[in-house]
Design a protein. Structure first.
Length: 236
């Protein structure tokens, strides 16, 4: 009895299972998202939002994402490299303003090096610009590549986020008003001191005048000068 055809058929089936299992490693697309997905801040806050990838993304050698938001509400101050790739070797991390959004790129330096999710890809540092409102935080481009030569894309999905700026710029204006009030009080105090010093100078001049013309000064003027200047009037 010949069993070779049956064995060959079994090997083909096993080979197909292994092949499609390997294909499904990339076919089961992972997800890139913001953490927190929705950030709530006040109108004068500085805050951070992480870009992260889940555990369904593996064999990551490089990535590039582009992010957009409403620039009239928030300002991107800095972007810091996350630990996803940097914990697996030397990296080339870069971010820039492309005019309509911001590009964030990172790559492991070295053939065959890769990282598996989950992990933090980058940390975006924002500053609210003093105005209440809501801005979407949107991925406009997402690309991951593996260690193959040439590099092959890794399929990923992405989830957008949002930033809610609560309140209004009143706290900031109130703070400025307090500074303005302080300056006004300081100016008022300075004018008061100047007036008192000017009055003292006038009294000094009056005392010198009376002292030089003691014989022609009446008793009433003498007493007035003594009281104003708070010193004994020698001629009187």
């Amino acid at each position: 009895m010949r069993i070779y055809p049956r064995i060959s058929r079994q090997l083909v089936i096993v080979g197909c299972i292994v092949f499609f299992s390997c294909v499904n490693l990339h076919a089961q697309a992972g997800n890139v998202s913001f953490n927190p997905e929705t950030t709530v801040v006040s109108a004068i806050d500085t805050f951070e939002v992480n870009i992260q990838v889940d555990s369904n993304v593996s064999a990551i050698h490089c990535f590039m994402v582009s992010v957009q938001f409403n620039r009239s509400l928030v300002q991107l101050v800095d972007v810091v490299e996350g630990s996803l790739l940097s914990s697996h070797g030397f990296t080339q991390f870069f971010w820039n303003d492309n005019g309509t959004g911001h590009d964030i790129m990172n790559c492991l330096m070295g053939h065959g090096l890769y990282a598996d999710g989950p992990g933090v890809m980058a940390v975006m540092k924002f500053r609210a610009k003093g105005q209440a409102g809501v801005t979407p935080l949107t991925f406009t481009y997402v690309e991951f590549s593996d260690t193959a030569s040439p590099a092959q894309p890794i399929p990923v999905n992405h989830s957008d986020g949002a930033i809610i700026i609560s309140g209004n710029p009143v706290p900031f204006l109130q703070q400025k008003s307090k500074v303005g009030l302080f300056l006004l009080l300081l100016l008022t105090g300075a004018l008061f001191i100047h007036k008192r010093l000017q009055g003292k100078n006038d009294a000094d001049a009056l005392w010198i005048y009376f002292n030089a013309n003691a014989k022609n000064v009446s008793d009433k003027k003498c007493k007035t000068a003594n009281k104003t200047h708070e010193r004994k009037w020698p001629p009187c």
